[in-house]
Design a protein around this ligand. Structure first.
Ligand code: UGY
Ligand code: MN
Length: 248
């Protein structure tokens, strides 16, 4: 379908709404038979990257840059991930956390897709950085009501402890549920709507949002969400945490 110059995508100085109609896929250095759409990057002012990766059959991946950690969340197919000790099979809903500079490889037999976050690790004096890989399934993590609201359930996929400078969370809202207030905070977010949808407010813009849409919220971007029209809405999102404001 030709959209005659129309798109829902909107890139602002401190936030972005990225709809699937505009995705452009490109090769990743060192990877074979794989392509990525890099939604969020330092080129737009973010301090992390968020991409969707499609790996073809019999494809292989490469390490991130030195000092960079990585988080992979499977959305289609399956991936074989080797942490040097053993090979782990990751299916949709499974995720892998790779600490910075920990050697690993991964490969496919058939096609797969995942959401990839990468971030330079920010060391903290006196605290040992994470050294262990993490492999788990989303419901292996407990879900807790957000600020007491049973209809807004938050799942932290990574430990919220000082060695970790990033969080990746799943947030599930019953239809008609909202964030309790318009949040404005120093931390950034990169998020993808996985199920359902609603209305997302970013700064003074209001976006109808549905599964497959991606948002970047820069530092201090006022943000609010109302889930509409489906039994439940779930989004996956990144947040930088646990560091002094000057290096967060
Ligand atoms: O973790 C958060 O800041 C979360 N409540 N923000 C959001 O969902 N936009
Ligand atoms: Mn927030």
């Amino acid at each position: 379908m030709n959209h005659f110059g129309q798109t829902r995508t909107h890139i602002a100085r401190n936030h972005a709404f990225i709809a699937p109609d505009g995705h452009v896929w490109s090769n990743l250095p060192g990877w074979t038979n794989s392509q990525a759409a890099i939604f969020i990057s330092p080129h737009m002012g973010a301090k992390f990257t968020m991409s969707q990766v499609k790996m073809g059959a019999k494809a292989t991946g490469a390490m991130p840059l030195p000092g960079h950690q990585r988080f992979m969340f499977l959305i289609k197919g399956h991936l074989w991930f080797n942490d040097g000790q053993k090979e782990h099979r990751l299916d949709p809903g499974w995720f892998a956390y790779c600490p910075a500079d920990q050697p690993h490889t991964f490969r496919t037999t058939k096609e797969c897709e995942f959401i990839l976050f990468e971030k330079p690790y920010v060391p903290l004096a006196g605290v040992e950085p994470p050294r262990e890989f993490i492999f788990a399934y989303e419901t292996d993590r407990p879900s807790t009501p957000f600020m007491g609201d049973q209809d807004a359930q938050l799942r932290l996929l990574l430990p919220d402890t000082l060695p970790f400078d990033m969080a990746i969370n799943l947030f599930t809202f019953k239809a008609g549920t909202t964030l309790p207030y318009v949040e404005t905070h120093i931390m950034e977010h990169g998020m993808m709507m996985l199920d359902g949808g609603g209305i997302y407010r970013l700064e003074d813009n209001w976006y109808p949002i549905q599964a497959g849409d991606v948002l970047w919220m820069g530092p201090y971007c006022p943000q609010w969400f109302a889930a509409l029209g489906k039994p439940e809405s779930t989004y996956l999102y990144y947040k930088n945490i646990n560091r002094d404001a000057f290096v967060l």
